[in-house]
Design a protein around this ligand. Structure first.
Ligand code: TRP
Length: 454
Protein backbone atom coordinates (compact mmCIF):
# COMPACT_ATOMS: atom_id res chain seq x y z
CA UNK A 1 0.00 0.00 0.00
CA UNK A 2 1.21 3.48 -0.86
CA UNK A 3 1.78 5.82 2.05
CA UNK A 4 2.27 9.52 1.78
CA UNK A 5 3.25 10.25 5.36
CA UNK A 6 6.92 9.89 4.48
CA UNK A 7 9.15 12.59 5.86
CA UNK A 8 12.00 14.60 4.42
CA UNK A 9 15.33 15.67 5.77
CA UNK A 10 15.24 19.36 6.62
CA UNK A 11 18.51 20.77 5.30
CA UNK A 12 21.40 19.93 3.01
CA UNK A 13 23.78 19.74 5.94
CA UNK A 14 21.30 17.44 7.66
CA UNK A 15 21.29 15.14 4.64
CA UNK A 16 25.07 14.88 4.59
CA UNK A 17 25.39 14.43 8.32
CA UNK A 18 22.63 11.86 8.58
CA UNK A 19 24.11 9.84 5.71
CA UNK A 20 27.57 10.24 7.14
CA UNK A 21 26.10 9.26 10.50
CA UNK A 22 24.96 6.01 8.95
CA UNK A 23 28.34 5.46 7.35
CA UNK A 24 30.53 6.44 10.28
CA UNK A 25 30.27 3.93 13.07
CA UNK A 26 31.85 0.82 14.47
CA UNK A 27 32.85 -0.04 10.92
CA UNK A 28 35.38 2.78 10.97
CA UNK A 29 36.67 2.66 14.51
CA UNK A 30 36.28 -1.01 15.38
CA UNK A 31 36.16 -3.03 12.14
CA UNK A 32 38.56 -1.06 9.94
CA UNK A 33 41.50 -1.31 12.36
CA UNK A 34 41.09 -5.01 13.02
CA UNK A 35 40.66 -5.84 9.34
CA UNK A 36 43.70 -3.73 8.53
CA UNK A 37 45.58 -5.58 11.25
CA UNK A 38 44.44 -8.98 9.98
CA UNK A 39 45.45 -8.16 6.43
CA UNK A 40 48.88 -6.75 6.98
CA UNK A 41 48.52 -2.95 7.14
CA UNK A 42 49.39 -0.36 4.51
CA UNK A 43 48.75 -2.44 1.37
CA UNK A 44 45.27 -3.26 2.64
CA UNK A 45 44.58 0.43 3.23
CA UNK A 46 45.64 1.36 -0.31
CA UNK A 47 43.42 -1.31 -1.81
CA UNK A 48 40.62 -0.15 0.47
CA UNK A 49 41.00 3.41 -0.83
CA UNK A 50 40.88 2.07 -4.38
CA UNK A 51 37.63 0.24 -3.58
CA UNK A 52 36.08 3.40 -2.12
CA UNK A 53 36.90 5.35 -5.28
CA UNK A 54 36.13 2.70 -7.86
CA UNK A 55 33.10 1.08 -6.36
CA UNK A 56 32.09 2.98 -3.25
CA UNK A 57 31.31 6.42 -4.63
CA UNK A 58 29.56 5.23 -7.83
CA UNK A 59 27.43 2.70 -5.93
CA UNK A 60 26.61 5.37 -3.35
CA UNK A 61 25.30 7.53 -6.18
CA UNK A 62 23.36 4.56 -7.54
CA UNK A 63 21.69 3.88 -4.20
CA UNK A 64 20.83 7.55 -3.78
CA UNK A 65 19.34 7.63 -7.24
CA UNK A 66 17.20 4.52 -6.72
CA UNK A 67 15.98 5.74 -3.34
CA UNK A 68 15.14 9.29 -4.26
CA UNK A 69 13.49 8.35 -7.52
CA UNK A 70 11.24 5.73 -5.99
CA UNK A 71 10.52 7.45 -2.68
CA UNK A 72 9.95 4.07 -1.12
CA UNK A 73 11.56 1.48 1.10
CA UNK A 74 14.29 -0.56 -0.56
CA UNK A 75 12.15 -3.54 -1.51
CA UNK A 76 9.38 -1.38 -2.96
CA UNK A 77 11.93 0.80 -4.76
CA UNK A 78 12.80 -2.00 -7.17
CA UNK A 79 9.16 -2.89 -7.70
CA UNK A 80 8.40 0.71 -8.56
CA UNK A 81 11.31 1.19 -10.92
CA UNK A 82 11.15 -2.29 -12.47
CA UNK A 83 7.55 -3.41 -12.10
CA UNK A 84 6.76 -7.05 -12.61
CA UNK A 85 10.40 -8.17 -12.79
CA UNK A 86 12.59 -10.32 -10.60
CA UNK A 87 14.46 -7.21 -9.43
CA UNK A 88 12.21 -7.21 -6.38
CA UNK A 89 14.37 -10.00 -4.97
CA UNK A 90 17.33 -7.66 -4.83
CA UNK A 91 15.34 -5.32 -2.62
CA UNK A 92 14.32 -8.19 -0.38
CA UNK A 93 17.88 -9.46 -0.13
CA UNK A 94 18.86 -5.95 1.00
CA UNK A 95 16.29 -5.97 3.78
CA UNK A 96 17.42 -9.38 5.00
CA UNK A 97 21.06 -8.28 4.98
CA UNK A 98 20.16 -5.22 7.04
CA UNK A 99 18.37 -7.34 9.61
CA UNK A 100 21.30 -9.73 9.99
CA UNK A 101 23.90 -6.97 10.23
CA UNK A 102 21.87 -5.12 12.84
CA UNK A 103 21.72 -8.26 14.97
CA UNK A 104 25.45 -8.74 15.38
CA UNK A 105 26.42 -5.07 15.08
CA UNK A 106 24.30 -4.33 18.15
CA UNK A 107 26.33 -6.82 20.16
CA UNK A 108 29.49 -4.75 19.62
CA UNK A 109 27.53 -1.53 20.05
CA UNK A 110 26.50 -2.87 23.45
CA UNK A 111 30.17 -3.37 24.38
CA UNK A 112 30.72 0.38 23.99
CA UNK A 113 28.18 0.94 26.78
CA UNK A 114 30.05 -1.38 29.12
CA UNK A 115 33.23 0.52 28.35
CA UNK A 116 31.57 3.84 29.15
CA UNK A 117 30.84 2.42 32.60
CA UNK A 118 34.34 0.97 32.98
CA UNK A 119 35.94 4.25 31.92
CA UNK A 120 33.66 6.29 34.15
CA UNK A 121 34.42 4.22 37.22
CA UNK A 122 38.13 4.68 36.60
CA UNK A 123 38.75 0.97 36.23
CA UNK A 124 41.44 1.49 33.59
CA UNK A 125 43.73 3.04 36.21
CA UNK A 126 46.97 1.23 36.82
CA UNK A 127 46.21 -1.76 34.58
CA UNK A 128 48.83 -3.51 32.48
CA UNK A 129 48.21 -4.56 28.84
CA UNK A 130 47.69 -8.15 29.99
CA UNK A 131 45.06 -6.98 32.45
CA UNK A 132 43.23 -5.10 29.71
CA UNK A 133 43.12 -8.28 27.67
CA UNK A 134 41.60 -10.09 30.68
CA UNK A 135 39.14 -7.29 31.30
CA UNK A 136 37.82 -7.58 27.77
CA UNK A 137 37.78 -11.37 27.64
CA UNK A 138 36.05 -11.70 30.98
CA UNK A 139 33.41 -9.22 29.96
CA UNK A 140 32.67 -10.77 26.57
CA UNK A 141 32.45 -14.29 27.93
CA UNK A 142 30.25 -13.25 30.83
CA UNK A 143 26.90 -14.96 30.16
CA UNK A 144 24.64 -12.02 30.87
CA UNK A 145 26.37 -8.61 30.97
CA UNK A 146 26.87 -8.24 27.19
CA UNK A 147 23.29 -9.41 26.69
CA UNK A 148 21.91 -6.65 28.88
CA UNK A 149 23.88 -4.02 26.97
CA UNK A 150 22.77 -5.52 23.67
CA UNK A 151 19.13 -5.17 24.72
CA UNK A 152 19.68 -1.64 26.05
CA UNK A 153 21.30 -0.62 22.79
CA UNK A 154 18.57 -2.08 20.61
CA UNK A 155 15.90 -0.42 22.75
CA UNK A 156 17.66 2.94 22.37
CA UNK A 157 17.67 2.44 18.59
CA UNK A 158 14.06 1.39 18.75
CA UNK A 159 12.90 4.55 20.49
CA UNK A 160 14.60 6.88 18.04
CA UNK A 161 13.01 4.97 15.16
CA UNK A 162 9.56 5.06 16.72
CA UNK A 163 9.74 8.79 17.30
CA UNK A 164 10.28 9.32 13.60
CA UNK A 165 13.70 9.55 12.07
CA UNK A 166 14.19 12.98 10.66
CA UNK A 167 14.43 15.21 13.72
CA UNK A 168 16.21 12.67 15.88
CA UNK A 169 18.85 11.62 13.39
CA UNK A 170 19.46 15.00 11.89
CA UNK A 171 19.85 16.90 15.13
CA UNK A 172 22.02 14.38 16.93
CA UNK A 173 24.29 14.00 13.91
CA UNK A 174 24.91 17.74 13.73
CA UNK A 175 26.39 17.83 17.21
CA UNK A 176 27.97 14.44 17.34
CA UNK A 177 29.92 14.25 14.11
CA UNK A 178 32.07 17.34 14.70
CA UNK A 179 32.68 16.30 18.32
CA UNK A 180 33.82 12.86 17.22
CA UNK A 181 36.20 14.37 14.70
CA UNK A 182 37.85 16.65 17.24
CA UNK A 183 38.24 13.91 19.79
CA UNK A 184 39.79 11.62 17.21
CA UNK A 185 42.37 14.27 16.37
CA UNK A 186 43.26 14.68 20.05
CA UNK A 187 43.69 10.93 20.40
CA UNK A 188 45.85 10.68 17.27
CA UNK A 189 48.14 13.23 18.93
CA UNK A 190 48.30 11.13 22.10
CA UNK A 191 48.78 7.81 20.33
CA UNK A 192 51.61 8.87 18.02
CA UNK A 193 53.53 10.36 20.92
CA UNK A 194 53.51 7.10 22.91
CA UNK A 195 56.93 5.48 23.18
CA UNK A 196 57.49 2.94 20.40
CA UNK A 197 54.63 4.32 18.30
CA UNK A 198 56.89 4.46 15.22
CA UNK A 199 56.45 0.77 14.45
CA UNK A 200 52.71 1.36 14.23
CA UNK A 201 53.17 4.23 11.80
CA UNK A 202 55.41 2.06 9.67
CA UNK A 203 52.76 -0.63 9.63
CA UNK A 204 50.27 1.97 8.37
CA UNK A 205 52.48 3.69 5.84
CA UNK A 206 54.82 1.13 4.29
CA UNK A 207 52.88 -1.20 2.03
CA UNK A 208 54.08 -4.74 1.58
CA UNK A 209 52.35 -5.95 -1.55
CA UNK A 210 53.82 -9.41 -1.27
CA UNK A 211 51.13 -10.17 1.30
CA UNK A 212 48.26 -9.30 -1.03
CA UNK A 213 46.11 -12.29 -1.89
CA UNK A 214 42.47 -13.01 -2.66
CA UNK A 215 41.43 -12.68 0.94
CA UNK A 216 43.08 -9.25 1.26
CA UNK A 217 41.19 -8.07 -1.82
CA UNK A 218 37.91 -9.43 -0.52
CA UNK A 219 38.58 -7.98 2.93
CA UNK A 220 39.21 -4.52 1.51
CA UNK A 221 36.16 -4.59 -0.72
CA UNK A 222 33.92 -5.90 2.07
CA UNK A 223 35.25 -3.21 4.39
CA UNK A 224 34.48 -0.51 1.83
CA UNK A 225 30.89 -1.73 1.51
CA UNK A 226 30.48 -2.14 5.23
CA UNK A 227 31.94 1.19 6.16
CA UNK A 228 30.02 3.17 3.55
CA UNK A 229 26.77 1.38 4.48
CA UNK A 230 26.52 0.10 0.92
CA UNK A 231 25.00 -2.91 -0.74
CA UNK A 232 21.84 -3.26 1.30
CA UNK A 233 19.72 -0.24 0.58
CA UNK A 234 20.55 1.69 3.72
CA UNK A 235 21.43 4.89 1.92
CA UNK A 236 18.78 4.07 -0.65
CA UNK A 237 16.19 4.24 2.13
CA UNK A 238 17.67 7.50 3.43
CA UNK A 239 17.64 8.94 -0.07
CA UNK A 240 13.93 8.29 -0.23
CA UNK A 241 13.69 11.07 2.37
CA UNK A 242 15.94 13.46 0.38
CA UNK A 243 14.46 16.49 -1.27
CA UNK A 244 14.43 17.07 -5.00
CA UNK A 245 17.22 19.63 -4.86
CA UNK A 246 19.73 17.44 -3.02
CA UNK A 247 22.89 17.10 -5.11
CA UNK A 248 23.48 13.34 -5.19
CA UNK A 249 27.07 13.06 -6.48
CA UNK A 250 28.23 15.81 -4.14
CA UNK A 251 26.53 14.21 -1.16
CA UNK A 252 28.05 10.84 -2.09
CA UNK A 253 31.49 12.39 -2.33
CA UNK A 254 31.13 14.11 1.04
CA UNK A 255 29.93 10.97 2.77
CA UNK A 256 32.80 8.98 1.29
CA UNK A 257 35.55 11.34 2.36
CA UNK A 258 34.17 11.89 5.86
CA UNK A 259 33.85 8.15 6.34
CA UNK A 260 37.34 7.45 5.01
CA UNK A 261 38.91 10.21 7.07
CA UNK A 262 37.41 8.80 10.27
CA UNK A 263 38.63 5.29 9.46
CA UNK A 264 42.16 6.42 8.66
CA UNK A 265 42.28 8.56 11.81
CA UNK A 266 41.15 5.55 13.83
CA UNK A 267 44.02 3.59 12.28
CA UNK A 268 46.45 6.30 13.33
CA UNK A 269 45.23 5.91 16.90
CA UNK A 270 45.02 2.15 17.18
CA UNK A 271 48.25 0.97 15.53
CA UNK A 272 50.75 3.28 17.18
CA UNK A 273 48.99 2.43 20.44
CA UNK A 274 48.98 -1.31 19.81
CA UNK A 275 52.65 -1.46 18.80
CA UNK A 276 53.61 0.75 21.69
CA UNK A 277 52.36 -1.78 24.24
CA UNK A 278 53.19 -4.89 22.24
CA UNK A 279 49.65 -5.94 21.36
CA UNK A 280 49.47 -7.86 18.09
CA UNK A 281 47.75 -5.86 15.33
CA UNK A 282 45.83 -8.96 14.26
CA UNK A 283 44.12 -9.38 17.62
CA UNK A 284 40.74 -9.26 15.84
CA UNK A 285 37.49 -7.80 17.15
CA UNK A 286 38.95 -7.14 20.59
CA UNK A 287 41.64 -4.81 19.22
CA UNK A 288 40.18 -1.41 20.06
CA UNK A 289 38.73 -2.55 23.35
CA UNK A 290 42.20 -3.46 24.53
CA UNK A 291 44.46 -0.87 22.93
CA UNK A 292 42.36 2.21 23.60
CA UNK A 293 41.96 1.84 27.36
CA UNK A 294 45.70 1.42 27.33
CA UNK A 295 46.24 4.68 25.46
CA UNK A 296 44.14 6.56 27.98
CA UNK A 297 45.91 4.93 30.85
CA UNK A 298 49.41 5.47 29.48
CA UNK A 299 48.94 8.93 28.02
CA UNK A 300 47.07 10.44 30.94
CA UNK A 301 47.96 8.13 33.80
CA UNK A 302 49.46 11.02 35.74
CA UNK A 303 46.29 13.07 35.34
CA UNK A 304 43.57 10.57 36.30
CA UNK A 305 40.70 13.04 35.98
CA UNK A 306 41.68 13.88 32.41
CA UNK A 307 41.99 10.22 31.59
CA UNK A 308 38.49 9.56 32.94
CA UNK A 309 36.93 12.51 31.10
CA UNK A 310 38.54 11.73 27.75
CA UNK A 311 37.91 8.02 27.90
CA UNK A 312 34.26 8.46 28.89
CA UNK A 313 33.84 11.00 26.11
CA UNK A 314 35.41 8.67 23.61
CA UNK A 315 33.15 5.73 24.40
CA UNK A 316 30.08 7.97 24.54
CA UNK A 317 30.87 9.25 21.06
CA UNK A 318 31.62 5.76 19.83
CA UNK A 319 28.26 4.63 21.18
CA UNK A 320 26.54 7.55 19.48
CA UNK A 321 28.32 6.88 16.19
CA UNK A 322 27.16 3.28 16.47
CA UNK A 323 23.66 4.48 17.28
CA UNK A 324 23.33 6.60 14.14
CA UNK A 325 24.39 3.49 12.22
CA UNK A 326 22.02 1.08 13.97
CA UNK A 327 19.22 3.57 13.39
CA UNK A 328 19.90 3.50 9.67
CA UNK A 329 19.95 -0.31 9.61
CA UNK A 330 16.78 -0.53 11.67
CA UNK A 331 15.07 2.00 9.44
CA UNK A 332 15.55 -0.17 6.35
CA UNK A 333 13.73 -3.12 7.88
CA UNK A 334 11.12 -1.05 9.73
CA UNK A 335 10.23 0.99 6.63
CA UNK A 336 9.89 -2.26 4.70
CA UNK A 337 7.54 -3.94 7.18
CA UNK A 338 5.60 -0.73 7.76
CA UNK A 339 5.00 0.03 4.11
CA UNK A 340 4.68 -3.45 2.67
CA UNK A 341 2.65 -5.25 5.31
CA UNK A 342 0.40 -2.40 6.25
CA UNK A 343 1.37 -2.39 9.91
CA UNK A 344 1.96 0.66 12.06
CA UNK A 345 5.50 1.96 12.28
CA UNK A 346 5.51 1.12 15.93
CA UNK A 347 4.52 -2.50 15.42
CA UNK A 348 7.03 -2.89 12.59
CA UNK A 349 9.76 -1.46 14.80
CA UNK A 350 8.91 -3.85 17.64
CA UNK A 351 9.14 -6.83 15.34
CA UNK A 352 12.57 -5.76 14.15
CA UNK A 353 13.83 -5.00 17.64
CA UNK A 354 12.61 -8.28 19.09
CA UNK A 355 13.99 -10.32 16.21
CA UNK A 356 17.38 -8.66 16.50
CA UNK A 357 17.51 -9.17 20.25
CA UNK A 358 16.91 -12.90 19.82
CA UNK A 359 19.53 -13.34 17.09
CA UNK A 360 21.92 -10.92 18.79
CA UNK A 361 21.78 -12.99 21.99
CA UNK A 362 22.96 -16.07 20.09
CA UNK A 363 25.75 -14.08 18.41
CA UNK A 364 26.87 -12.68 21.73
CA UNK A 365 26.81 -16.04 23.51
CA UNK A 366 28.82 -17.54 20.67
CA UNK A 367 31.79 -15.52 21.92
CA UNK A 368 31.53 -16.86 25.44
CA UNK A 369 29.70 -19.96 26.62
CA UNK A 370 29.01 -21.02 23.04
CA UNK A 371 32.62 -20.67 21.82
CA UNK A 372 32.88 -24.33 21.01
CA UNK A 373 29.91 -24.43 18.66
CA UNK A 374 31.32 -23.52 15.29
CA UNK A 375 30.07 -23.67 11.73
CA UNK A 376 32.61 -23.73 8.86
CA UNK A 377 35.21 -23.19 11.57
CA UNK A 378 33.66 -19.91 12.71
CA UNK A 379 31.65 -18.88 15.73
CA UNK A 380 28.15 -17.64 14.98
CA UNK A 381 29.35 -14.07 15.46
CA UNK A 382 32.20 -14.45 12.96
CA UNK A 383 29.95 -16.31 10.57
CA UNK A 384 27.45 -13.44 10.58
CA UNK A 385 30.21 -10.95 9.90
CA UNK A 386 31.64 -13.08 7.11
CA UNK A 387 28.39 -13.89 5.36
CA UNK A 388 26.91 -10.39 5.54
CA UNK A 389 29.98 -8.24 4.88
CA UNK A 390 31.92 -10.52 2.58
CA UNK A 391 29.11 -12.11 0.60
CA UNK A 392 25.74 -10.43 0.93
CA UNK A 393 26.90 -6.80 0.68
CA UNK A 394 29.10 -7.34 -2.40
CA UNK A 395 26.34 -9.38 -4.05
CA UNK A 396 23.89 -6.57 -3.25
CA UNK A 397 26.37 -4.03 -4.61
CA UNK A 398 26.81 -6.07 -7.78
CA UNK A 399 23.09 -6.04 -8.51
CA UNK A 400 22.70 -2.39 -7.55
CA UNK A 401 25.39 -1.38 -10.03
CA UNK A 402 23.90 -3.54 -12.77
CA UNK A 403 20.46 -2.10 -12.06
CA UNK A 404 21.69 1.48 -12.14
CA UNK A 405 24.10 1.00 -15.02
CA UNK A 406 22.09 -1.20 -17.37
CA UNK A 407 18.46 -1.38 -16.38
CA UNK A 408 17.36 2.10 -15.37
CA UNK A 409 16.22 4.38 -18.13
CA UNK A 410 19.05 6.79 -19.08
CA UNK A 411 16.68 9.74 -18.86
CA UNK A 412 15.77 8.93 -15.28
CA UNK A 413 19.41 8.40 -14.35
CA UNK A 414 20.41 11.76 -15.84
CA UNK A 415 17.52 13.55 -14.14
CA UNK A 416 18.45 12.18 -10.73
CA UNK A 417 22.22 12.38 -10.95
CA UNK A 418 22.70 15.61 -12.86
CA UNK A 419 21.22 17.89 -10.21
CA UNK A 420 19.06 19.81 -12.69
CA UNK A 421 21.67 19.67 -15.39
CA UNK A 422 24.45 21.28 -13.36
CA UNK A 423 26.68 18.20 -13.28
CA UNK A 424 29.43 18.06 -15.88
CA UNK A 425 28.36 15.43 -18.46
CA UNK A 426 31.78 13.84 -18.33
CA UNK A 427 31.42 13.05 -14.63
CA UNK A 428 28.04 11.53 -15.36
CA UNK A 429 29.49 9.41 -18.14
CA UNK A 430 32.31 8.20 -15.94
CA UNK A 431 29.89 7.28 -13.17
CA UNK A 432 27.67 5.31 -15.52
CA UNK A 433 30.66 3.62 -17.13
CA UNK A 434 31.92 2.50 -13.73
CA UNK A 435 28.47 1.25 -12.73
CA UNK A 436 28.09 -0.62 -16.01
CA UNK A 437 31.46 -2.28 -16.26
CA UNK A 438 34.09 -1.63 -13.64
CA UNK A 439 32.17 -2.11 -10.40
CA UNK A 440 30.35 -5.33 -11.37
CA UNK A 441 33.44 -6.87 -12.95
CA UNK A 442 35.64 -6.08 -9.94
CA UNK A 443 33.05 -7.37 -7.48
CA UNK A 444 32.49 -10.56 -9.44
CA UNK A 445 36.21 -11.15 -9.85
CA UNK A 446 36.97 -10.70 -6.17
CA UNK A 447 34.03 -12.82 -5.01
CA UNK A 448 34.71 -15.65 -7.41
CA UNK A 449 38.36 -15.64 -6.46
CA UNK A 450 37.71 -15.84 -2.75
CA UNK A 451 35.06 -18.48 -3.00
CA UNK A 452 37.56 -20.58 -4.89
CA UNK A 453 35.42 -20.92 -7.99
CA UNK A 454 38.28 -20.08 -10.31
N1 TRP B 1 28.57 1.81 8.00
C1 TRP B 1 28.31 1.58 9.38
C2 TRP B 1 29.63 1.54 10.11
O1 TRP B 1 30.64 1.78 9.53
C3 TRP B 1 27.50 0.33 9.64
C4 TRP B 1 26.32 0.26 8.77
C5 TRP B 1 25.22 1.05 8.83
C6 TRP B 1 26.18 -0.59 7.66
N2 TRP B 1 24.40 0.74 7.81
C7 TRP B 1 24.95 -0.25 7.08
C8 TRP B 1 26.97 -1.57 7.12
C9 TRP B 1 24.55 -0.90 5.92
C10 TRP B 1 26.55 -2.22 5.97
C11 TRP B 1 25.36 -1.88 5.36
O2 TRP B 1 29.69 1.28 11.26
Amino acid sequence: MERNDRGNFGSKLGVILASAGSAVGLGNIWRFPFETGNHGGAAFILIYLGCVLLMGIPILVAEFMIGRRSRANTARAYQKLAPGTQWRWVGRLCVLTGFLILSYYSVVAGWTLEFIVQAGTNSFAGKSPAEFIDLFNNFVSNPWRPLIWLIVFLLATHFVIVRGVEKGIEQSAKIMMPALFILLLVLVGCAVSLPGAGAGLKFLLEPDFSKVNASVLLGAMAQAFFSLSLGMGCLCTYASYFRKDTDLPKTAFNVAWIDTAVAVLAGFIIFPAAFSVGIQPDAGPSLIFITLPNVFQQAFGSLPWLSVILSVMFYVLLALAALTSTISLHEVVTAYLHEEFNMTRKKAAWLVTTGCIVIGIFCSLSLGVGKDYTLFGMTLFDLFDYVTAKIMLPVGGFFISIFAGWYIDRKIAWEEISNNGTLHPLIYKVLIFVLKFIAPVCIAFILINELGLL
